[in-house]
Design a protein around this ligand. Structure first.
Ligand code: FAD
Length: 425
């Protein structure tokens, strides 16, 4: 049986795999992209119905194609983002094979390369790039037992308010997903509780510029990596309803019951940590710091951007923030469902290679792993804060394609000694 051979095999045709394909083609590296579902599947089926991009169309895109027919200041819906990525793959003629799952990759002993098992046969590749995404498997912390009398789903499976049983809802997690879902449920007339942990919450707009612009000019998307000892803090932003600052006081005043971190469950009762006011205060501090940095930038560069003092005027504290509840009886509160917006884990179990630490996390430098020929793309903080975002992954992809190209150049080198051997043969 003949085995298909390819120089570089890219696993996953989300934004990461597509961006890499463009750079590999530019570098003349023959490659193949395998995708187990459809191109940009996560944007089609891994997101709720009303989701729009968190950044405006002028920003959340690759450099070489605009969102045609979309107002650059608007926030494209999830299907539009998926179509955009599909169009992009077509435009660059990315060699993508869909409906093919990669099940195993292992090093070939005694020579360069990897044997890759797929649902459609075996492939040999000099390089394998895992572009399988940062948000693969939903994670629900083990707080409420599965047999508790309440429906529990992860935000990954949330679609719209009608999908939930009648009654009140607790949303756990106040990153962009949790905050947006709680906002939607509250607007739909559901009694909603939102469990708020640590978060950053930049202003959506300030002095006429979107926060994506401020993070850009202030160099904050490009922050290289987390400082040792600092925790990743989620950014809570939203492009929904035309784009509004995610403000937990506003949500509280509109009827969302804010609570602290969800801590424990016993006999139908949930308890919350006493950290709600601290978490909201830290989010406020982050918001105000952004305004200060923006003001300083305007002044230093003499920009003509109108002052916006009202951005510093806070909403009144809602009662749930002044007097946070620490316990809720699910039955008494009528809570029939819990949505866990608590993040994801990655799965590299198909990679039987020496590229992981003892916890199973990729060991790499900007996506170049310690196992020669194995690369990662789309990891959180792969090189910078922007690494998992559409525009950010494009720059990481360029680095990976350049590294693969450099290795290819060395591999193809033939010196005088090699020529002498060839001549003698
Ligand atoms: C709710 C939510 C909203 C987001 N909104 C934005 C936003 O507005 N703007 C922004 O810039 N970013 C946003 N992001 C972040 C990021 O852009 C997306 O998560 C994006 O989908 C990541 O792209 P990716 O290519 O790294 O991974 P994915 O899109 O997950 O693509 C990976 C692909 O690999 C495939 N795959 C996995 N394993 C295998 C295998 N073994 N064999 C073959 N194929 C495999 C999967 O089917 C998938 O299609 C958001 C993320 C989430 C969760």
């Amino acid at each position: 049986m003949s085995i298909e051979k390819v120089d570089t095999l890219v696993v996953g045709a989300g934004q990461a795999g597509i961006a890499l394909s463009e750079h590999l083609s530019n570098n003349g590296v023959p490659h193949l992209v395998l995708e187990k579902n459809r191109v940009a599947e996560a944007w089609r089926t891994g997101r709720w119905d009303s989701l729009v991009a968190n950044g405006p169309a002028w920003h959340d895109r690759f450099p070489n194609l605009e969102f045609e027919g979309t107002d650059p200041e608007a926030f494209p819906g999830k299907e539009r983002v998926a179509d955009y990525l599909n169009d992009y793959a077509t435009m660059i003629k990315a060699p993508i094979r869909t409906g093919v799952e990669v099940t195993k990759a292992e090093r070939i002993e005694g020579r360069q390369g990897f044997t890759v098992e797929t649902s459609d046969g075996v492939i040999e590749a000099n390089n394998v790039v895992a572009a399988t995404g940062a948000f693969q498997h939903p994670v629900i912390p083990p707080v409420v037992p599965q047999d508790a009398p309440v429906e529990q789903i992860h935000s990954f499976y949330y679609r719209n308010p009608d999908q939930l049983p009648e009654g009140a809802v607790l949303v756990v997690g106040a990153g962009s997903s949790g905050a947006q879902i709680a906002d939607e449920l509250n607007r739909a007339g559901r009694k909603t509780y939102l469990s708020v942990g640590p978060h950053d919450r930049p202003p959506r707009m300030y002095r006429g510029r979107d926060f994506v612009w401020w993070l850009g000019v202030l160099g904050l998307w490009d922050v290289a990596a987390l400082k040792p000892g600092t925790e990743h803090v989620t950014i809570s932003v939203s492009g929904a309803y035309g784009g509004q600052t995610m403000d937990f006081r506003r949500l509280g005043n509109e009827g969302v019951n804010l609570v602290g971190l969800t801590e424990a469950y016993t006999d139908g009762k949930l308890t919350f940590a006493g950290d709600l006011q601290t978490n909201v205060a830290n989010g406020d501090a982050n918001y105000l710091q952004m305004l200060d940095l923006a003001d300083a930038y305007v002044e230093r560069n003499g920009l003509d951007l109108a002052e916006e003092p009202q951005a510093r005027v806070a909403f009144a504290d809602p009662d749930c923030l002044s007097n946070p509840i620490r316990e809720v009886d699910l039955a008494e509160a009528g809570i029939t469902s819990i949505i866990w917006a608590t993040g994801f884990r990655q799965d590299f179990s198909w990679m039987k290679v020496d590229a992981f630490d003892e916890r199973g996390a990729p060991k790499h430098q900007r996506g170049v792993s310690k196992e020669p020929g194995i690369y990662f793309l789309g990891l959180p903080w792969q090189s910078r804060r922007g690494s998992t975002f559409i525009w950010g992954v494009w720059h990481d992809a360029k680095h990976i394609a350049d590294q693969i190209g450099i290795q290819q150049m060395y591999r193809q080198y033939r010196g005088p000694q090699d020529q002498a051997v060839t001549a003698a043969e």
